[in-house]
Design a protein around this ligand. Structure first.
Ligand code: BTN
Length: 319
């Protein structure tokens, strides 16, 4: 009910809508409408009321909440449930827990703050309160275990396209999981799996996106950036997140139907490393050469100076 009310108030941007019309459309009494408006105000929404005119939504809080998001997505995506926490250790940890309790595909875990956010390779992920999107998504695709890393690349495409649509700025992807503006990281993706050797039970895709930080503590200040720093304005987190989820949804459906080959050209269109000289630190060795692209399974291709083509499955990349 609250999300339908919000949706109606939003469709009349800057205009009043009468209590009578709201109660008619929502199929409830005017007293019930008033109670929901009161609840929205307590959550930080500024809903003006004027005699004979009705209600008008003039400001929204920048909180990430279940009904805010649902009212934006309008059943158009694969999101089946939203769990929102003001503060949590790690959305990734909670997603693992929910996945092992059989949470369905499309379960989204969001937090306004993470106190033990984790990155790749055991690193920490700085996740201060209400400044970013800290989320994990449970997926249950019927794919081979070895294809799971392709979902990292797919998510990166959803992130850059979602940012472009919502904020109008164009980040780049650094293989496999970084989203950057001129070498500074704005987002990172962490893909983990619950699987048997030949069966994927769940894939947990974690996304950390710096949105409204105006500065970062050292030593992050030299390597991290935010959408606010890059665009010069504060950015509504729900707008960016819904825009990313809409992109993610169709990319994921395409991936399930047509395979990674259909997503690959989109990844390449935003890839920073394509055709550049890079250093790849793999768990076993350090390699340098030209990143010529990715193959149809998402593996990075590196042409070494002696002409040998190497396939990189996991590495830290410097370019
Ligand atoms: C990386 O670049 O190292 C990946 C960072 C992933 C961070 C996100 S924030 C939401 C989710 N919960 C976590 O604890 N980590 C991921």
């Amino acid at each position: 009910m609250k999300s339908s009310l919000l949706q109606m108030l939003r469709t009349k941007e800057n205009e009043f809508i009468s209590g009578e019309k709201l109660s008619e459309k929502l199929g409830c009494s005017r007293t019930a409408v008033w109670k929901h408006i009161d609840a929205l105000r307590k959550e930080g929404y500024n809903v003006e009321a004027a005699p004979k005119k009705g209600y008008r939504l003039s400001d929204e809080p920048d909180t990430l909440s279940k009904h805010q998001l649902e009212s934006r997505l309008k059943d158009e995506t694969f999101i089946t449930a939203v769990h929102h926490y003001p503060s949590i250790h790690s959305t990734q940890e909670t997603a693992h827990q929910l996945a092992s309790e059989n949470a369905p595909e499309g379960t989204l875990i969001l937090a306004d703050e993470q106190t033990k956010g984790k990155g790749r390779l055991g690193r920490q992920w700085h996740s201060p309160r209400e400044t970013g999107i800290w989320m994990s998504l449970i997926l249950r695709p019927d794919i081979e275990v070895k294809r799971a890393p392709q979902l990292t690349l797919l998510t990166a495409v959803a992130v850059v396209r979602g940012i472009k649509n919502a904020v109008g700025i164009d980040p780049e992807i650094k293989w496999p999981n970084d989203v950057l503006f001129e070498g500074k990281k704005v987002a990172g993706i962490l893909t983990e799996m619950q699987a048997e050797p030949d069966k994927v039970h769940a894939i947990i895709v974690g996304l950390g996106l710096n949105v409204n930080q105006s500065q970062f503590p050292a030593p992050l200040d030299t390597i991290a950036t935010s959408l606010r720093i890059e665009s010069g304005k504060s950015v509504n987190r729900t707008d960016v997140l819904s825009s990313i989820l809409i992109e993610w949804d169709w990319l994921y459906r395409t991936f399930l139907k047509e395979g990674f080959a259909a997503v690959k050209p989109l990844w390449e269109a935003h890839a920073l490393t394509m055709g550049k000289r890079i250093t790849a630190r793999t768990p076993k060795e350090t390699l340098t050469g030209i990143a010529t692209g990715i193959d149809d399974s998402g593996v990075l291709l590196l042409r070494q100076d002696d002409g040998t083509l190497r396939h990189i499955y996991s590495a830290d990349i410097e370019c």
